[in-house]
Design a binder for this molecule. Structure first.
Ligand SMILES: NC(=O)C1=CN([C@@H]2O[C@H](COP(=O)(O)OP(=O)(O)OC[C@H]3O[C@@H](n4cnc5c(N)ncnc54)[C@H](O)[C@@H]3O)[C@@H](O)[C@H]2O)C=CC1
Ligand SMILES: CCCCC/C=C\C=C\C(=O)C/C=C\C/C=C\CCCC(=O)O
Length: 258
């Protein structure tokens, strides 16, 4: 699928992985609505992107994915400004075992809120053109990160939600593909702030550091390229892309259906 003229919405776009994917989508010709709770970072990023890609191709919208109201308002504004929505990157996420209910609300419920709100604009059943939704999970969505049980649970849940929505979309005729991105450790603010966010598992910080050293860091470009592959390859639906320093591959899950 060519991205020229396509419209994308990216949550958590102001920094880290969301910012990298936003830039790659713009480089490939898409228009991007950048949604983030951090207005300062979002607005200053858009100033930079405007100079590179043109003002008509970017839009910053302040949006907290914990709020269904804010998500709906932001998606409506994005659709009105750019003429529909073709791509959603549900990426906003936090790692905070202390404020674990907020972690569930952002990492899992934010993805559900975003997906349902996007379907109002994207589903062929509600007058949309179809398209693709990419949800950011993690390597911790495929295996346990011992210092972060709640974070691990949210990321496993994102994988399950994505795969079930992919099947629901086919069975319902939404015309929307759903795929999940599972990066290993990436050098971002979320990664750097880990030690103060482990709550009752703070004593496992050193072990987590060792795990990160064992796995190594994934390059941001590799993560963004994996997301782009799932957007542009129209055969990909219900797929999970694992991106670690040693492995860049779609995950094979066992099937329990005879
Ligand atoms: N950094 C890492 O090692 C990995 C990160 N991930 C996932 O990637 C995604 C992005 O994380 P990073 O780029 O590393 O983090 P980051 O902290 O660099 O960026 C996260 C962005 O999300 C925004 N955000 C946070 N809460 C929000 C909310 N309630 N509403 C809207 N925006 C919000 C932040 O303001 C920030 O701009 C997350 O879902 C994270 O779980 C997955 C695997 C590895
Ligand atoms: C300095 C320590 C950093 C700690 C964690 C910071 C960010 C983590 C973000 C993630 O999304 C997790 C990334 C990778 C998880 C790694 C391992 C999971 C275990 C997989 C397995 O055992 O199969």
């Amino acid at each position: 699928m060519s991205l020229t003229g396509k419209t994308a919405v990216v949550t958590g776009a102001a920094m880290g992985i969301g910012r990298a994917v936003t830039e790659l989508l713009l480089q490939h010709g898409a228009k991007v609505a950048l949604l983030d709770v951090n207005e300062t970072a979002g607005k200053s990023l858009v100033e930079v992107l405007d100079k590179l890609y043109g003002r008509e191709r970017t839009l910053f919208l302040s949006c907290d994915v914990e709020s269904e109201e804010q998500i709906k308002a932001a998606f409506l504004k994005a659709a009105e400004t750019f003429g529909g929505i073709d791509i959603l990157f549900n990426n906003a996420g936090v790692l905070n075992e202390d404020r674990w209910e907020r972690t569930v609300s952002i990492n899992l419920m934010g993805v559900i809120r975003g997906s349902y709100a996007a379907l109002e604009h994207m589903s062929k059943l509600s007058g949309g053109r179809g398209g693709v939704i990419i949800n950011t999970s993690s390597l911790a969505g495929l295996g346990p990160l011992p210092s972060c049980p709640v974070y691990t649970a949210t990321k496993h849940a994102v994988v399950g939600f994505t795969r079930a929505m992919a099947a629901a979309s086919v069975a319902s005729g939404y015309g929307v593909r759903f795929n999940a991105l599972c990066p290993g450790f990436v050098q971002t603010d979320l990664f750097s702030a880990i030690e103060s966010n482990l709550g009752r598992f703070a004593h496992l910080a050193a072990a987590t550091q060792q795990l990160a050293e064992h796995f190594g860091l994934v390059g941001m470009c590799d993560v963004a390229e994996a997301a782009l592959d799932m957007v542009t390859d129209e055969t990909k639906n219900g797929e999970v892309f694992l991106v670690s320093p040693k492995r860049k591959e779609y995950v094979n899950f066992p099937s329990f259906v005879q």
